[in-house]
Design a binder for this molecule. Structure first.
Ligand code: SF4
Ligand code: SF4
Ligand code: SF4
Length: 449
């Protein structure tokens, strides 16, 4: 569905026009034709309207959907609440024909008719199922490389089944796949599937609502995520606006929050100012600064390594337990070194002595189904380590000796003679010294001088 009506709901235009802005940007960049239809009302919101009058709830929902049907379109909404209302109403009106007929009699006075014959799609669902993860990834011009992002789905994107029927209601993956397509690393966290608790605010339970937000935000922060991404304006309100309230109360929680379209628009090359990211209550500057720095790190890493291969190794970890060094020295973790490289810590890795523990035994290469092996990565890191004036002195000293003499030790002539061994022929030390420029100081000795 590339042509559809968009249903913004009440919350986005009223409170978060910057979410509307980035969503429009994403629709445009992905080639969607979006229709804005007149006459829509609140979806309506469940807690406030359905609890008061179920019939009013279904009538208003059917009316909104009938307007879309009259335009012969489907509808896409970036709000979990609207999505849930529409899905629930569609499910109810499909099974309860009496209710449908009663509502349609009312709608007829406005020349509307609800048949239920339309697609109701959430923005994230549209991205995952219509655009597709691959096509989305192909549009990324500035990947979120090295950034760790936690995902909050929000209850009403997934439940109740069977009304919704999109991703797994208890173990979803689709929004994570979208975030990964932008180049970010998805961070799992214990409370991922817990409700944001925002609805408690609407029934006067402020403290309870803050407790929900606090719990999830600390959980995300403790996992080292650089940001939390949501697909619902109410969830955004809970984690951005209410996080700002927690900060005012001196809580040590600092998690930038993004609506999904904002992250996508950034990864497609749009500027933060164009998207109005400065309108968030919790500043996103730390995220943007880290992203800039890590993008620079990646460019530097790519000068020395095949980054895609490193990423493969990092996510695989299959040969981890076969490395003979790990068996005797658990402080040597080759996969952690690869992960640290991908996190942009090239300088720290090169300066650290750990990489010299790799024996270059090639066990990892033999075990690797993709024949990647990490030994070559370690060899290259060792070169960079020496170039930077790091590395064990013994290695630099041995190399200096080799450059001068072409050998790593003088023959023990006395012992050889005692054993009746003939003197060895003249070696090629002078020739190798001339060839390799023995008089040039080694990088390590140059550094030490
Ligand atoms: S997580 Fe909160 S705001 Fe989001 S859908 Fe659930 S109750 Fe609504
Ligand atoms: S070397 Fe091969 S088996 Fe080992 S972690 Fe990397 S990809 Fe996996
Ligand atoms: S080559 Fe290095 S990383 Fe690979 S198994 Fe041998 S010691 Fe471990």
């Amino acid at each position: 569905m590339r042509e559809f009506a968009v249903f913004w709901g009440c919350t986005i235009p009223a409170r978060f026009p910057f979410i509307e802005k980035s969503t429009r940007v994403v629709f445009e960049d992905l080639g969607a034709t979006v229709h804005e239809l007149a006459g829509h009302t609140c979806c309506p919101e469940g807690t406030l309207v359905k609890a008061n009058d179920e019939d009013a709830f279904y009538t208003a929902a059917a009316r909104n959907l009938a307007i879309v049907e009259k335009a012969e379109l489907g509808v896409v909404t970036p709000c979990n609440g609207c999505y849930s209302t529409f899905k629930e109403a569609a499910s109810h009106l499909r099974s309860d024909w009496r209710s449908r007929e009663r509502i349609n009699e009312r709608l007829a006075t406005e020349e509307l008719h609800y048949t239920g014959d339309l697609d109701i799609v959430h923005f994230a669902e549209w991205l995952a199922d219509t655009v597709g993860v691959g096509s989305l990834g192909a549009k990324v011009t500035k990947p979120l490389w090295g950034m760790k992002v936690a995902v909050h789905y929000g209850c009403h994107l997934l439940r109740p089944q069977p009304a919704v029927r999109w991703d797994d209601p208890l173990n979803p993956t689709k929004v994570e796949e979208l975030v990964a397509a932008l180049g970010a690393k998805v961070v799992d966290y214990t409370t991922k599937m817990q409700c944001c608790g925002g609805a408690l605010d609407r029934v006067g339970e402020r403290e309870g609502s803050l407790a929900f937000a606090r719990r999830k935000l600390y959980d995300v922060q403790n996992e080292g995520a650089d940001a939390l991404v949501v697909v619902c304006p109410s969830c955004f309100q809970q984690f951005d606006l209410n996080q700002a309230a927690l900060q005012r109360a001196n809580e040590d929680v600092h998690v930038p929050v993004f609506y999904l379209s904002e992250l996508i628009a950034l990864a497609m090359g749009h500027a933060p100012a164009e998207l109005g990211l400065d309108m968030h209550r919790v500043p996103v500057d730390s995220f943007l600064a880290k992203w800039e720095a890590r993008t620079g790190d990646k460019q530097r890493l790519a000068e020395h390594f095949d980054v895609a291969l490193l990423a493969k190794c990092d996510s695989c970890q299959a040969c981890k337990d076969d490395c003979p060094v790990c068996k005797v020295d658990p402080t040597f973790q080759p996969n952690d070194i690869i992960a640290a490289l991908l996190a942009g810590n090239l300088d720290a890795i090169v300066a650290d002595g750990q990489l010299w523990k790799c024996l270059e035994c090639y066990t990892c290469q033999e075990m690797c189904h993709s024949r990647i092996g990490m030994a070559d990565v370690f060899r290259q890191l060792k070169e960079l380590s020496l170039e930077g004036g790091h590395g064990p002195e013994s290695v630099a000293a041995a190399y200096a000796e080799f450059l001068k003499t072409g050998a790593l030790g003088k023959p023990r002539e006395g012992a050889r003679k005692k054993l009746g061994l003939e003197p060895l022929p003249e070696g090629g030390g002078d020739a190798i010294a001339r060839l390799l420029g023995a008089n040039e100081p080694s990088p390590l000795s140059a550094e030490k001088e």
